[in-house]
Design a protein around this ligand. Structure first.
Ligand SMILES: C[S@@+](CC[C@H](N)C(=O)[O-])C[C@H]1O[C@@H](n2cnc3c(N)ncnc32)[C@H](O)[C@@H]1O
Length: 393
């Protein structure tokens, strides 16, 4: 388990908090490495050959899911993974609850660096309020007190347990990786305004301010508690960012306001029709010469069959109902539908910048894209993030 809370919104942990968190983190790591390995082995050595013999090969992710559903190794994997996911939020909530008044008061302090603009009348999408997204009680938006930061604090703390260190120090590897990709690949591109959509607590927003210190960085989300927390977290780190409560599918910004529109792990939590609206909005608010650049789950059309089955598990068992539909899309076509041109589409797989360092990163991004078991999956052996987007001409 990694603790990356070097800021004033960090909660203090008792010995019991630490050991409960360490247990759940280890359990998650066990299920994602060991039990998933056993599941795959059972599939390759027993289930797949059996189906092949009977003349009905398992050639789609859905067929693999159907074939594995009744198998003990799949049931064990799914039960332990679901229980571990619920435990993540359970074990971090004690410390947050204990310190909630202090956290809420800290978040209400006047800002020195950036701003926080909330919109209490903003209608919240059902995709956020209708379910406990990825089994997180209260999703991103539930409020427990006035000016509440609970959802943000729980989210920040849960990443320690959930990601067992794989998101990097300050949980910021994705933002650091994608921003440095642009900096190194397009050295003449000098953005002055950057927007992060669906920022949650801004952990992947802040690296943009570090990579491009001359740029003004804005981050939007529909959920107030995560924005309050993210803003306070950024303030305590001394990083200027402007957090705004806004729906990315209907933004309040003028046309052509941003040089970069970024998002990270955002689109797969949107219903398809909202994805279309969001991308049209992204196109509208981008300046000509600007870029849409997003970290996402790799598309099904690029990934091996078993990886697609494995990755889509969350759609059925982790309250991520839009995941599978998103991954089925042709991402290039999604961008064409939003107004971008086919020639301006870019995609890349890349190692984690904060893990490999600039020289190895620079070398890796000159190579070809690789879609395999390390792409888009947290893996201590070397996760590879997937990014896609397009320039606006
Ligand atoms: C998976 S989280 C994104 C995490 C974060 N960007 C990261 O890098 O880890 C999805 C976020 O999108 C927000 N969200 C969902 N629908 C939205 C919408 N239509 N407009 C803006 N934010 C939205 C949710 O409140 C949530 O904070």
């Amino acid at each position: 388990m990694s603790l990356s809370h070097d800021h004033e919104m960090a909660v203090s942990l008792t010995q019991q908090d630490r050991s409960r968190r360490a247990f759940v983190s280890t359990l998650r790591s066990h299920v994602l490495q060991r039990m998933s390995g056993d599941l795959r082995q059972h599939f390759e050595q027993a289930v797949e050959p059996e189906y092949a013999k009977s003349g009905s090969p398992l050639d789609t992710p859905e067929a693999i899911h159907e074939a594995l559903k009744g198998e003990f190794s799949f049931k064990a994997y799914s039960s332990v993974r679901t229980a571990a996911q619920e435990m993540v939020f359970d074990v971090v909530s004690d410390a947050v609850d204990r310190e909630l008044e202090v956290l809420n008061a800290k978040a209400a302090k006047p800002a020195k660096h950036g701003t926080l603009t909330l919109n209490p009348t903003l209608p919240l999408p059902k995709s956020v309020t209708g379910i406990d997204v990825h089994l997180s009680p209260g999703s991103y938006h539930a409020e427990h007190a006035e000016d509440d930061v609970t959802a943000g604090a729980v989210y920040d703390n849960s990443i320690d347990v959930f990601a067992f260190g794989q998101f990097g120090k300050r949980h910021n590897d994705i933002g650091t990786t994608l921003s440095n990709y642009l900096r190194l690949k397009y050295p003449d591109f000098a953005p002055s305004s950057i927007l992060d959509c669906g920022c949650t607590i801004g952990h992947n927003t802040l690296p943009w301010a570090e990579t491009y210190p001359a740029a003004e960085v804005t981050a939007i989300d529909v959920a107030a508690p995560v924005l309050r927390y993210g803003h306070a977290r950024a303030e305590s780190m001394g990083i200027a960012a402007h957090f705004k409560q806004m729906d990315a599918t209907a933004m309040d910004f003028d046309d052509a306001q941003f040089d970069v529109v970024f998002s990270s792990m955002f689109m797969h939590e949107l219903p398809l029709k909202h994805i279309h609206r969001y991308l049209k909005e992204a196109f509208r608010v981008l300046k000509p010469g600007g870029i849409l650049w997003q970290m996402e789950l790799p598309p099904m059309n690029a990934m091996p069959n078993y990886e697609n089955f494995y990755m889509n598990w969350d759609t059925s068992y982790n309250n991520e109902p839009y995941y599978g539909t998103f991954r089925k899309q042709d991402y290039r076509q999604l961008l064409l539908d939003a107004g971008f041109s086919a020639d301006d589409f870019i995609e890349a797989t890349m190692p984690r910048y904060t893990f490999v360092g600039e020289a190895a990163f620079q070398e890796a991004i000159q190579g070809t894209n690789t879609f395999d078991t390390l792409t888009g999956r947290m893996d201590p052996k070397g996760t590879r993030w997937y990014g896609f987007g397009a320039w606006k001409r």
